[in-house]
Design a protein around this ligand. Structure first.
Ligand code: NAD
Ligand code: DAU
Length: 348
């Protein structure tokens, strides 16, 4: 039996990674450690919660005593670390919360892993899930490669950059076997409706304004979340120690083009006259420090590990929209309560 700890497994990407591992590796014991912030939701894992090789543990990665005891008890052979504060707009409002979870939380996990295995690292691995935002912003041309210099601009990306540096430092200093991956924007089922695509799907359903920041010409590279989970599985098992892999969709869209595409697809799905949803587009004040463009060169993971996205953007968006339309209770549950307060403070 191999014991794997996945942190943040009740969140958006984490839940897809947990499902990927629980189903594909019946011989592994998968432990999902999540404190269940506003973004963590056990409903995301309903279909696999009774699997024999799966255990959920509610707990905080910044709680050193608790984390050390957990590592001693279960002797995790591998860690796949996703737990984080993940929304850029929230990081602008409360940067310290991001430093605590994303930097300190990562260090607590690294330390617990080191304390357990530093006498014998054989067969062990710490896999750190990071973001392309650590590279800062691209101009109109060029792509982020694994050797692009770090240049983070938001408190969120600065905290993720810092956590990446600590992972690398534990590799250099203590010989800890690690892999880091830096991925572009994910989309798909279970995405919390504070991020662009699920927020706009929810607003279109409810005939609410679609708040496009600035001139809408900011560009992101979108990847279907299940393809990210597959890439993590591959790089966790077959990636080389001390390496970074960039993961992306080869799929750049300006926000406004993406929003118009989404509006058209939603009109068709909701059987509303063409053009109905586009009328909801409202240009609003820009995000401070807004990065102009992200785009990933994913040729390393493609050449070395044979990974490429399996879903086209049109297929992925359609699957995503269908999921939200078929899971309206999920959407209603996560948008009640504190969400309303967040929405007011962010958009009013
Ligand atoms: P998310 O916000 O949906 O989920 C984060 C999860 O972490 C939640 O379940 C939350 O409860 C948990 N968590 C937060 N603080 C915790 C703590 N102190 N202790 C234990 N659990 C805690 O995030 P996501 O979008 O799924 O992102 C997951 C990871 O992937 C993050 O590290 C993020 O930086 C990275 N990433 C995200 C994207 C993207 O497009 N969403 C792209 C690249 C990388
Ligand atoms: O690139 C990877 C990153 O992608 C991840 O590391 C982050 O965790 C994830 O949140 C995401 O960050 P972004 O800031 O790119 O995603 P978001 O969905 O918040 O915004 C996408 C674009 O849409 C961005 O240019 C800002 C814009 N936007 C966003 C919202 C929420 C709007 O125009 N209006 C909005 O209301």
């Amino acid at each position: 039996m191999i014991n794997i700890l996945i942190t943040g497994g009740a969140g958006f990407i984490g839940s897809h990674v947990v499902r990927q591992f629980v189903i594909k590796y019946p011989d592994y014991r998968i432990f999902n450690l999540d404190v269940l912030t506003y973004a963590g939701n056990l409903e995301n894992l309903k279909d696999i919660e009774d699997a024999l090789n799966y255990t959920f543990i509610k707990g905080d990665i910044t709680d050193e005593k608790f984390v050390n005891a957990l590592f001693k008890e279960h002797k995790f052979d591998g860690v796949i670390h996703l737990a984080a504060e993940s929304h850029v707009d929230r990081s602008i409002k409360d940067p310290l919360a991001f430093a605590k979870t994303n930097i300190l939380g990562t260090m607590v996990l690294l330390n617990a892993f080191k304390n357990l295995w530093q006498e014998n690292w054989i067969g062990k691995r710490f896999y750190h899930v990071s973001t392309d935002e650590v590279y800062g912003s691209l101009g109109k041309a060029g792509l982020f490669t694994e050797t692009t210099a770090y240049d983070p601009n938001s408190p969120y990306s600065a905290s993720k950059a810092s956590s990446d540096h600590f992972v690398r430092a534990y590799g250099e200093t203590y010989g800890m076997p690690y892999v880091i991956s830096n991925c572009s924007n994910n989309y798909g089922p279970n995405h919390f409706p504070e991020k662009l695509i699920p927020l706009f799907i929810n607003n279109i359903i409810n005939n609410k304004a679609l708040p496009v920041y600035g001139d809408g010409l900011f560009t992101r590279d979108w990847l279907y979340v299940k393809d990210h989970a597959i890439a993590i599985d591959l790089a966790f098992h077959e990636g080389k120690d001390s390496e970074t892999y960039n993961i992306g969709g080869f799929n750049e869209w300006t926000n406004i083009d993406l929003v118009k595409l989404l509006c058209g697809l939603m009109d068709a799905k909701l059987q509303r006259p063409a053009g109905t949803s586009e009328k909801l587009i409202t240009y609003v004040k820009d995000r401070p420090g807004h990065d102009l463009r992200y785009a990933i060169d994913a040729s390393k993971i493609n050449k070395e590990l044979g990974w490429s996205p399996s879903v086209t953007f049109e297929e992925g968006l359609e699957k995503t929209i269908d999921w939200y339309l078929n899971n309206k209770t999920w959407l209603v549950n996560v948008t009640s309560g504190n969400y309303q307060e967040y929405y007011k403070s962010q958009y009013n």
